[in-house]
Design a protein around this ligand. Structure first.
Ligand code: C2E
Ligand code: CA
Ligand code: CA
Length: 931
């Protein structure tokens, strides 16, 4: 009966939950008891027992606290039987250890025995919460130990103590068993039914405990799962927080870097871009849209490169790319840099996804361009440029610098400027230069430097200081240029400034300067001097017909002749295109007229060879004197020019000295020039006719046409006053044409009126002779006026023909071919070459008035006139004497055999009417005579 009950009890006890506090108290008391006893005994064996006790107690405490990690661990590691019966096993083991302690040799002290007893009691009290059976099992070894102590202890009445001890234990057991309802009443039988009921109660209790335990376990499992779950949730939250944070950081970083992300999912045809929407359109686009956008936005010049690169990536030929291209941004093109990478491929190896970034690099590109530009300037400038570090050692030099100095960049970089220089006293020089750069920021000056090739050259150097933001000197920047070329240019310039490059004579600037000095000298020392100015007549025509180069050589020849005609102290200059001047000191014995004549002769008396032609120059020379005329520079030059103008006005080829009347000359001349233009169009010009008397026939057979200007206010103006002006300004061609046409028409009219077979001579100026249109003008006039060419004669001066004899001869030949006659006017005054005369295609020689005037009183003139007449008849030329004013003159000339005479003695030039009546008179007279 008792055994099954005990079994059940044991089972119940085993399942019995023991409060954690009770467990701790029991294990604590056991440990404490052992510790005290170990302290009392001090044996090594007791130490071992203490250790074992400590281990069991500790395990017990851990086991009691199931929730602790150690408890969970123990539950898993301990063998199942031990784990299940722990509450029975542990007290038994501890009591056995306690017994072991009691069996150790004793010290014999009463205290120890007493303490032992007391501790045993304490342990018994502590074990009671473990249940009755455990208490009894525990108490048995303790009882043995206590008895052993009592019996072997140092007591006098051991037996009493043993008895008392054992009774105490029995009482203890009884108490315990009663408490556990194991003994209901001593000697009473326990009825069957009661037992069965007890069994049911026990099984119910047991189930209840099972249930409780299950609930506890489940609750615990649930709590564990819950804990795990919340731990996982916390972990998840942590991760997601971290993710959000890192994404924010990434977005902000991208924002800050101003990058735009691009993501092209090619497989699904989707494109995403995070920025630059104003340039590339919306955030999300399909592939087709993307291609259209790129085509539209990218600069045409860059588009092909972009397209080809992307195509290569799409085809799987490229894995990544970096492109720089321009896109349209309103009115301008913006530079963008795009970097991309194929991050995914499809099975065929084609790109499936491209990721990349875009960046605005416009400012960088502009800066790059500026840098490139600066670099190009640095590389290509003709000035040498160098940069030195703060210790004045070369950092870099440009190609021009190496060219100037002859030192290569490699030889210079790293070297100090002073070490590379060869300038005299270089240490001293560079100390001063660099100290000035440091203090003033700049130095510039000329250094004498030596090239690597060994030659010295003047070098213009400029060095500037370059400082950092703190004002510390960081670099020296320098600029050098080779002055040797510039010096040569300067010299050339100075030469050009003062000398005429063509003739090597002084030029106008230099001449003015010399005039100024001469005037100063006159003021200081009273040295008188003359200014002789010479102007080649009709030089422009030479230029026009021969071209510049031959005309230049003509000027050089003139300069040479003039140079030979002056002395070293005289200053000869070319002061204008065809204008020369000479400054000559005048001593008392010096004749400036002779000097001027000498220059004039030098220029005019011998022909020049120009472009295969022999030409003769005429020139107009003017003289102005200091102090007679002026002692001011400007008026001196002006007076010289006026004298030349006067000479020119009088037909050129002469020397004129300034006089006061010339002061108004220029003005008058200008007026005439302006009015002459009007005169031509307003019919103020008329043709007069001066008859020529044929001495053999004693009748007027021809006449000379002479221009007249009927000025509305001034009256009749002589051709001497305006023909030369017309000659110079070119009006002479129109004027000449007018005279020719009028004279021919009139002559033809008179002939038609039956006034005789008349011949008219018309004057041709030198300029007209050079006019290429002359041939056609003459033949047209002959056609229009219907006059026979045999009735027309052209008068040309000797010098006009000789200026360019070859051309003149060819023209005259042409004219004679059509029947026109040619007369040499003013014969004997100009350049005469008898040998030439033979070849000249002329019909008449007209002895100049100068030889006729006073001929009756001058044997020389008579001789000349006679000679010309003889020459004429020898060459089979008609000879006309002009300016015949008296019967004596006429008789002389008639006696010499002159053919025709012209002059006031016969008649002054006559207006049309007067001439006509003269001709009519002659007709009447001859009719009468023949009648
Ligand atoms: P020229 O060809 O030698 O003309 C002769 C000049 O001598 C004329 O002066 C005439 O009036 C003048 N004369 C004639 N007989 C005598 C005389 O017995 N005593 C004096 N003292 N003089 C006499 P004019 O008409 O004043 O002409 C002056 C010059 O003007 C001309 O000199 C000629 O070179 C030029 N000339 C006149 N008409 C024309 C013209 O139609 N064309 C061109 N190219 N030149 C002209
Ligand atoms: Ca004439
Ligand atoms: Ca004449």
């Amino acid at each position: 009966m008792l055994i099954p009950h005990l079994k059940t009890m044991l089972e119940q006890e085993r399942q019995r939950p023991i409060a954690l506090a009770d467990c701790c108290a029991f294990y604590g008391v056991c440990f404490f008891a052992q510790l005290v006893l170990w302290a009392q005994l001090g044996e090594s064996a007791s130490g071992l027992l203490l250790v074992l006790t400590t281990v069991v107690a500790t395990l017990g405490v851990f086991k009691a606290n199931n929730n602790s990690q150690a408890g969970v661990l123990l539950k898993r590691t301990l063998p199942a039987a031990l784990e299940r019966n722990w509450n029975s096993f542990a007290p038994l083991l501890l009591s056995l250890l306690w017994l072991g302690m009691a069996l150790l040799p004793q010290t014999g002290a009463v205290d120890t025995a007493f303490v032992f007893m007391l501790l045993s009691v304490l342990m018994l009290l502590a074990v009671t919460p473990f249940g009755a059976l455990q208490a009894i099992l525990f108490s048995l070894p303790v009882l043995v130990a206590a008895n052993h102590y009592a019996l072997t202890g140092p007591w006098d009445s051991a037996l009493h103590i043993v008895l008392l001890l054992n009774i105490s234990f029995v009482v203890f057991w009884y108490g315990v068993l009663r408490d556990q309802k194991l003994l209901l009443s001593s000697g009473h039988k326990v009825p069957e039914l009661d037992l069965a009921q007890d069994d049911r109660v026990a099984s119910l209790t047991e189930r209840e405990r099972d249930l409780e335990q299950t609930i506890q376990d489940r609750t615990k499992d649930l709590r564990d799962a819950n804990t795990q779950l919340s731990q996982q949730i916390a972990l998840r939250k942590k991760i997601s927080d971290a993710l959000v944070k890192s994404q924010t950081r990434l977005t902000q970083a991208i924002d800050a870097s101003r990058l735009g992300l691009i993501d092209w999912d090619i497989t699904n045809g989707q494109f995403y871009q995070s920025a630059f929407h104003s340039l590339f359109g919306s955030k999300e686009q399909d592939s087709q849209e993307l291609i259209q956008t790129l085509k539209k936005a990218i600069h045409p010049a860059d588009y092909h490169k972009v397209r080809d690169t992307l195509n290569a990536c799409l085809a799987g030929e490229r894995l990544e790319y970096q492109l720089q291209y321009r896109v349209e941004d309103g009115a301008q093109w913006l530079w963008i840099e795009e970097c991309g990478k194929v991050v995914d491929h499809d099975a065929a190896g084609h790109a499936a996804r491209i990721l990349g970034t875009r960046r605005n690099i416009h400012t960088e590109m502009l800066r790059d361009e500026q840098v490139r530009l600066a670099k190009s300037v640095f590389d290509h400038t003709s000035e040498g440029v160098f940069v030195l570090d703060h210790e004045a050692c070369f950092l870099s030099v440009n190609p021009a610098y190496t060219k100037i100095t002859g030192h290569s960049s490699d030889n210079l970089v790293g070297q100090s400027i002073e070490a590379c220089s060869e300038t005299p006293r270089k240490t001293e020089v560079f100390e001063r230069v660099l100290s000035e750069v440091r203090s003033k920021g700049q130095w510039q000056g000329e250094l004498l430097e030596k090239r690597r090739q060994g030659d010295y050259y003047p070098q213009w150097t400029q060095i500037n200081a370059i400082r950092d933001e703190q004002g510390q000197l960081k670099y020296y920047a320098g600029l050098v240029s080779d002055l040797s070329d510039r010096k040569a240019v300067d010299e050339k310039l100075a030469y050009l400034l003062n000398y005429d490059d063509l003739t090597k004579l002084a030029n106008r600037v230099q001449f003015r300067d010399q005039l100024h000095r001469a005037l100063v000298r006159y003021k200081d020392e009273g040295t008188a001097f003359a200014l002789v100015t010479m102007d080649i007549d009709r030089f422009k025509q030479f230029n026009d017909s021969f071209g510049h180069h031959p005309s230049d050589s003509l000027l050089v020849a003139v300069a040479e002749r003039l140079s030979l005609s002056v002395q070293k102290v005289d200053i000869l200059a070319r002061v204008g295109g065809n204008e020369f001047a000479c400054l000559v000191a005048c001593s008392e014995t010096f004749s400036v007229d002779q000097f001027a004549q000498r220059l004039f002769n030098a220029v005019t008396h011998k022909p020049y060879e120009i472009a295969g032609h022999e030409v003769v120059l005429s020139c107009s020379v003017g003289i102005a004197l200091v102090p007679e005329h002026t002692h001011e520079l400007e008026s001196l030059m002006q007076f010289g020019a006026l004298a030349v103008q006067k000479a020119k006005f009088q037909g050129g080829n002469q020397v004129q000295t300034f006089d006061e009347s010339l002061k108004s000359f220029s003005k008058k001349r200008l007026e005439i020039e302006q009015e002459l233009r009007k005169a031509l169009t307003q019919g103020e010009l008329e043709v007069y006719y001066q008859p020529k008397l044929d001495l053999k026939q004693s009748r007027i057979t021809s006449f000379e046409a002479l221009i007249r200007w009927m000025h509305p206010t001034r009256g009749l103006v002589s051709p001497d006053e305006f023909v030369n002006i017309a000659e110079e300004n070119g009006l002479i061609s129109d004027l000449g044409q007018f005279v020719l046409e009028t004279a021919c028409r009139q002559t033809q009219l008179w002939s038609e009126q039956g006034l005789g077979q008349l011949h008219v001579s018309v004057n041709l100026s030198p300029r007209q002779l050079k006019d290429p249109a002359l041939r056609s003008v003459i033949s047209e006039t002959l056609d229009v006026t219907e006059i026979s060419p045999h009735c027309v004669e052209l008068e040309l001066t000797e010098s006009a023909i000789m200026e360019d004899a070859q051309s003149a001869i060819s023209l005259l030949n042409d004219l004679r071919e059509i029947g026109i006659k040619v007369s040499v006017d003013d014969f004997g005054t100009g350049y005469s070459s008898l040998s030439y005369l033979k070849e000249l295609p002329v019909d008449t020689l007209k002895i100049d008035r100068a030889f006729i005037e006073n001929i009756e009183h001058s044997k020389d003139q008579q001789a000349i006139a006679k000679a010309i007449i003889v020459l004429g008849s020898t060459l089979n030329l008609q000879v006309v004497a002009e300016g015949v004013e008296s019967q004596e003159q006429l008789s002389l000339l008639e006696a010499y055999g002159c053919d025709l005479i012209q002059g006031y003695f016969v008649s002054k030039p006559l207006a049309v009417d007067a001439m006509e009546s003269l001709l009519k008179q002659q007709c009447v007279a001859s009719t009468k005579h023949s009648a």
